[in-house]
Structures are given as C-alpha cells and as structure tokens.
Design a protein around this ligand. Structure first.
Ligand code: HSE
Length: 447
C-alpha cells in the first residue's frame, strides 16, 4: 500500500485570506501529517486570491501564488478544489460561479450566499458535475450540517432550537458577566474575529436567521427564504433587561427556533429568556448550541464554538478532506440538497403558548399598574410575577421632560399564554398615556 504522504498532492486554491482563510492555511500546514492521513494524500495550497496582495498575513504561505484574479485558481487545470472564504454576496457569488463553471469543487463558509442564492448555485454545481460543501457556514466548528444532513437522515425532524450567532452570544455574556457596555462587548467580539465584516448582520439577527434557513432546509426539506423568518436582534437588549431577567432566574440569549406546525414551519429568531441551569443559558461567549428533536433519536444537543478563526477553519478543512476523498460528491449527488425544485416553506411566526417577559416603562402615578394589569386580564393573560423597583433606589429612569413624576420600569412575567394575545395586549398598553415608548416582550424558555 502506498503511504498517503508519498501520493501526488491535491492542489487547492483559497479565495480570501481573512480570519477564516488564514486559519485554514495555518491548519493545513501545521496539521499536514494528520490531514494527509485522513485525505489519503497531501493537500497543498497552490494559489490564493485576495483583495489586497500587499497586506501582511498571519499565516504561512510558502510557494503560494497570491493574486487578485480569481482566474489564477479557476483557470488552473491542476487545481481541483477551491475554498471560497469571503463574506457577503458580491463578488462572492460571481467567484463561485466562475469556479463552478471551470470545473472546481467548492467549499465555503459563506452562509449569506447560500441563504440568498443557494438553489441556483447548487443547480450550477450539479450541471457541471461538481459539489459544494458548507459545514462551516452554520455554527462554526459544530458539525451540524453533517449531523442533520447525513447522520440523522433516518429521522423526521420535529424541531430545531439554537444559539447560532457567536458574536451576539459573546456580547450578551460579557454584558451579563462583567457589566461591559454593549459597544465595548461588540468591539471585543470584532477584535477576536467573531463578527462579520458588517457586524450589524450579527447583532440585528440576520446572520442567525440565514443559518436557521439553511438548517431548516436540511431538516425539513423545504426552501426557506430567510427574509420571511420573523427576526429581532440583540440590538434591542439593554443592560436593564439583562438585570431584570437575572432577578427572575433567567439569562437572555438570541434564540433561533423552527418547528413543524400544521403543515407550516413556525420560525423566529429573537432574544428570549432562558432559565439558568438549562443548556442554552449555560452557552456562553462565542459558543453556539443546537438542540434538535428527531422522531427516532429524540432530543439531541450540540455545543461548541460557533465563531472564530480555528473552530471555523476546523469545519472548512473537514469539508476539504471530505471533498478530496469523494464523500462530498456522493452526498451531493444523493441528497438533492438545495435543488431548485425543493418546495418553498410555508413560514409562520411562532405563536407559542409560553410564558412572556414584559418590560413596560410607565409614569409612576396612581392607577397605572391597575390599568396595565387590567388590559392583560382583558386579553386572558394571567400574571405570574411583577417587579417594580422603588424609584428612590435609583434603579429607574429620571422623569422625562423635567416632570417631577419619575418613569419606572414595570417588569411582568406572565403565565403561559399565546404570543398573539400578548402582542395584542401590548398594542393597547403602548397606547396608554402613562406608557413611555414601546414596551419589550421576550419569550421565556423554561427547558
Ligand atoms: N459572525 C458569525 C458569528 C461567525 O458571530 O456567529 C460565523 O458565522
């Protein structure tokens, strides 16, 4: 038997040498022996395409041709595989097309591209007899794409619930654990390489929503236009909300949910209260978590780093190895993943019967609490607990507009009730004279 190390190397191209691309090169070089054993032959980075070739890179690039021209990879017949590791839609889409048109297999971490243009790109790959692998596009180092797409293939998946954005989770954890401000925590997430080039995609829930759309496609066999998924980001969460949640025994996490519901998919991405001690609440920093319920396997829980250089590189390199040994091509041929004739999902919001956490800012005067609880009662909503701190303790806001009557936060935990009832009640509550601004409403996950 030939030793893998003495076999002809596979020559690959890397498009993008940012955080993830540099990590991939480093892993391929530092773990070459180990990777060669798994791939059956050495993997050699032959060329890299970048925006700025003069920039210093934090990775070893021995004898690698670095260019700004994608054709250095796409038109080189000795290169069979390209790792497309740039974010955003363009030029990523055009580069993927160029690579596929020229017969390259592609590995990518770009979830925005797949969530937006997945079916057309996958059709093109099929027509050209090539494959696209995308484990790194969802939940960083957690092998969730393989888990749902292959390992759990025998199951009818009932639901997915998860924390899918490492940056948001990192920010919420820093705010909660060391009192960092939102902007300090975001700056640190950017410095650590967790955030997207445009971090608003992380904090407004876009990134998690695109990942949920991809996972839902794999789990439920439907195409989910990600913009149809109701979405709220953590940019709506402030330190007071985190403190109030803590008083009640909860943490706040950005939770993505998709579940079957009467022929539809009930979906949402939104900050929610998760009970301290449950796995989602214990998911800290840049970690991601995914909980899946399959009819045969039951509930499964996956946990691992969902953002950052080396966890993401781990997933990219696993895809490169799978493609080199031919596993990706088999899966690609047999699963029909992201094909153009996949039926579109019928997406509905989550009208969960669950507890809800409300924060209503009010003017502290007689009858206000009675008025608000009255409206909740009219909508059939029963109250489990109420917090209102005495304004004298300084925890509440000063009076607006020079009034001597202070504004206070009224925090209400409801008993289990439909989300639609709470939203209807809040429409009426927010119209009351004593209510200041829009009230907050977060779902509560007790398990
Ligand atoms: N910006 C993403 C996150 C990283 O924070 O989760 C990779 O998807």
């Amino acid at each position: 038997m030939t030793h893998p190390g003495s076999a002809q190397p596979v020559r690959i191209g890397i498009v993008g040498l940012g955080t993830v691309g540099s990590g991939v090169v480093r892993l391929l070089v530092d773990s070459a022996d180990h990777i060669t054993r798994h791939a059956g032959r050495p993997i050699e980075v032959a060329a890299a395409v970048v925006r700025d070739p003069t920039k210093e890179r934090d990775c070893p690039l021995p004898a690698v041709q670095v260019s700004t021209d994608i054709r250095v990879i796409s038109r080189d017949p000795s290169i069979t595989l390209a790792a497309l590791l740039v974010g955003g839609l363009e030029p990523a889409r055009s580069m993927m097309v160029e690579l596929l048109e020229n017969g390259k297999d592609v590995v990518t971490a770009n979830k925005a591209l797949l969530a937006e243009h997945g079916p057309e790109l996958f059709e093109l790959a099929r027509r050209r007899g090539r494959s696209i692998a995308f484990e790194a596009a969802v939940a960083g180092g957690i092998p969730i794409v393989a888990a749902i797409g292959e390992c759990l293939a025998a199951n009818r998946i009932e639901s997915i619930r998860g924390i899918l954005n490492g940056t948001s989770n990192f920010i919420l954890t820093r705010m909660e654990e060391d009192g960092s401000s939102y902007s300090e925590a975001l700056a640190l997430a950017q410095a650590k390489g967790f955030a997207e080039a445009d971090p608003s995609m992380d904090v407004d829930g876009t990134d998690a929503t695109q990942k949920l759309a991809i996972l839902s496609h794999l789990a439920f066999g439907v195409w989910v236009p990600w913009k149809e998924i109701p979405r709220t980001g953590i940019d709506t969460v402030d330190i007071d909300l985190i403190h109030y949640a803590g008083e009640l025994g909860y943490r706040i996490r950005l939770v993505a949910v998709a579940r079957r519901s009467d022929g539809r998919l009930a979906m949402r991405v939104a900050p929610a209260l998760v009970k301290i001690g449950t796995p989602l609440a214990e998911t800290r920093g840049a970690y991601n978590a995914v909980s899946i319920v399959g009819d045969a396997v039951g509930r499964m829980f996956f946990h691992g780093l969902g953002a950052g250089q080396m966890p993401t590189a781990s997933a990219v390199v696993a895809d490169i190895i799978d493609t080199v040994v031919g596993r990706t091509a088999i899966t690609f041929r047999t699963t029909g993943v992201l094909s153009e004739d996949t039926p579109a999902a019928r997406v509905a919001g989550v009208d969960a019967s669950e507890r809800h956490f409300l924060r209503i800012r009010v003017t502290d005067r007689p009858g206000v609490l009675a008025r608000i609880t009255g409206i909740l009662g009219e909508h059939g909503i029963s109250i489990a607990s109420v917090i209102q701190h005495d304004p004298i303790d300084g925890a509440n806001r000063p009076a607006a507009g020079g009034s001597t009557v202070p504004d206070v936060s009224l925090v209400i935990m409801t008993h289990s009730c439909p989300s639609s009832s709470v939203h209807n009640a809040l429409v009426s509550i927010d119209q009351c004279d004593a209510v200041r601004g829009r009230s907050d409403c977060l779902g509560v996950l007790d398990e």
